[in-house]
Design a protein around this ligand. Sequence first.
Ligand code: ADP
Ligand code: MG
Length: 151
Amino acid sequence: MKSIKFITKTEGETERLAKKLAILLRAGDVITLKGDLGAGKTTFTKGLGAGLGVKRTINSPTFTIVKTYQGELPLYHMDVYRLEGSEEDIGFDEYFYSDGISVVEWPQFIEEFLPKERLDIVITSTNEKEREITCYPIGDHFERVCEGLAR
Ligand code: ADP
Ligand code: MG
């Protein structure tokens, strides 16, 4: 499987898709979320958190880079937008090779630190409410995850 595409028509549908994904994940998994401002990256992360049993409200971590939430597994929510062009390593491996799930918004800015095996997700806005969510699995585990998501 090269990629799989989903269309959502509401914020809630995007959250539900992410919630379904959460159930298929395991400790140490890394999900990247690419998309313009307002595409739905943080909305997707909220759904993922709900699926992991996070009770606290998840919101944009723009000013902290990483926010940690406690669910059935820890959720590390990163927005690395501010690291554009810096090449700074804030200790990514501690998150990526851990007992938790990492979600990275704006992964293009830390390309060199991303693990090889991961699930890349691209969200594009086709109109005000419709989003195209394309998943690109890298590695056997994430291929299986995507097959599960399609079911
Ligand atoms: P990002 O983190 O990519 O900047 P956000 O998740 O913070 O984006 O914001 C997405 C915005 O788009 C929210 O205001 C949300 O209500 C709106 N929206 C409208 N339709 C959808 C949809 N189908 N999926 C996700 N968000 C949607
Ligand atoms: Mg965001």
